[in-house]
Design a protein. Sequence first.
Length: 89
Amino acid sequence: MGDLAEQVKVIQRSDPGAKQAWWDYCDTHLGGVKDPSRHEASVLQEFLNGYNSGAIQHATPQPHKVGGKGGSKGGAYTMGGGGGGGGGW
């Protein structure tokens, strides 16, 4: 399976449209799990067959939000400054 996972990773690195095609496939068919190493070889082979045959085409990359949900909550990962005792890092 490692070889197939590596092939999917190489495709993702090849261009943003290819990466988006994998992400779209994951969102549609694989519950959103995008790490190729977490999927069965048969699933990876199905994607690779579809991609290589043109059945799965490059997709337009979608903009990704920076900072996660709602931005910074303030202080969650800051060092120093805050009051209260406690151990820091």
